[in-house]
Ligand binder design. Structure first.
Ligand SMILES: NC(=O)c1ccc[n+]([C@@H]2O[C@H](COP(=O)([O-])OP(=O)(O)OC[C@H]3O[C@@H](n4cnc5c(N)ncnc54)[C@H](O)[C@@H]3O)[C@@H](O)[C@H]2O)c1
Length: 332
């Protein structure tokens, strides 16, 4: 048995953001058409070490994608100088059932999560979007930015983080990485209101429990990606914007309605309901739900993530690595 091991450098060398966006679109379409097997995530507590071990398995026949993403949440790792949320993707050959690849699961999550916002913006944001506001400058922020720059001709990016130093640092690193390539100016905003002033697209990728910005200040025609909230207590998009947006899309109804405070909180207050969701993004791709109707609508895409995104993206990365002869091989 041969296993191809891919680290983050290998993964980035063999796979572009455009390819990742296409992989996520295909994954969500197959999911929404009922063509994937995605069991519930298995969570095992490891109280002795204050940790949690999570397993996200799945199978997507049409994409030949079979495997499991293994994640640990070990907050005390930080004190030891280790990653707090380490992740590894284990991919199997769907024909033989043998493990065929191991790859950096943290890098995979960053790629597929940036790409899913990229897919949403490609489908839903106004074509002439020029001003982009980014909330949160942590581990997920770079691929969120890369995805936007890949699908729309953005001229100005305004980043906001409650940690101003981190925001400044991020803006200068991103200017170096993307400034010239995409001909874009990346600056920091001093307040959340300043960040969303004139924004055509807003992405929020924070760990906040109180809304990141005031929905009343969002300009008409704006598209918003809500990426951060994945527990019922995490409230990133405020109730005003959820209840006043013209269209609300999700990656999976199941995930968002069971996990994200962005929708659960207004639903529990009786001011919103799950059947007001316009559709899953996969339904838009499959032509089963409407997209943006005009340049005036405010659209929202809320994602909590799904193993279907990991599986299809990982399989495509693996196929590309094989084709290009990249990665280390373990035989046993
Ligand atoms: N939807 C998905 O598929 C998906 C995938 C991966 C991660 N996530 C979630 O996205 C969130 C961000 O992930 P990360 O790895 O970048 O986290 P991180 O901890 O590295 O960074 C979060 C950043 O948000 C900032 N922040 C917190 N509250 C803020 C606020 N009100 N306004 C502006 N900035 C604020 C923090 O200062 C920090 O810089 C997490 O909640 C994570 O679980 C979602």
């Amino acid at each position: 048995m041969k296993i191809v091991v891919l680290n983050q450098n290998d993964m980035k060398r063999v796979f572009s953001m455009e390819e990742a966006i296409q992989a996520d679109k295909d994954a969500l379409e197959l999911y929404s058409l009922g063509k994937s097997v995605i069991p519930l995530r298995v969570n095992i507590d490891v109280p002795k070490h204050e940790g949690q071990s999570l397993y996200m398995p799945g199978y997507v026949a049409n994409a030949n994608a079979l495997g499991v993403k293994i994640i640990s949440v070990y907050p005390k790792n930080i004190e030891k100088g280790l990653v707090g949320v380490p992740a590894t993707m284990v991919l199997k050959n769907s024909e033989t059932g043998e493990v065929c690849s191991l790859m950096d699961g943290t890098c995979l999550t960053q790629i597929r999560t940036g790409a899913v916002s990229g897919a949403a913006m490609d489908l839903l944001a106004r074509k002439d979007s020029k001003v982009f506001a980014l909330f949160g400058t942590g581990g997920q922020a770079k691929t969120q930015l890369e995805a936007i720059l890949t699908v729309r001709p953005i001229e100005i990016v305004k980043v906001f983080d409650i940690n101003m130093e981190r925001a400044e640092n991020f803006a200068s690193r991103m200017t170096e990485a993307f400034g010239e390539k995409f001909d874009v100016k990346i600056i920091t905003a001093k307040s959340s209101a300043e960040a969303i002033e004139d924004a055509d697209i807003i992405t929020s990728v924070t760990t906040t429990k109180t809304p990141a910005f005031d929905g009343r200040l969002v300009k008409r025609g704006c598209h918003i990606n809500g990426v951060g909230s994945y527990t019922p207590e995490m409230h990133e998009l405020d109730e005003y914007i959820i209840t006043h947006a013209d269209k609300v899309y999700v990656d999976t109804r199941d995930g968002v309605l069971n996990e994200s405070g962005d929708l659960i909180i207004p639903i529990n207050k009786g001011i919103y309901s799950g059947d007001k969701i316009t559709g899953e993004l996969g339904e838009v791709i499959a032509g089963k739900a409407p997209g943006r109707a005009n340049d005036d609508e405010i659209t929202i895409f809320k994602t909590t993530g799904s193993a279907v995104l990991d599986l299809v993206t990982a399989q495509r990365i693996y196929e590309s690595a094989i084709e290009k002869g990249i990665g280390s091989i373990i035989e046993f």
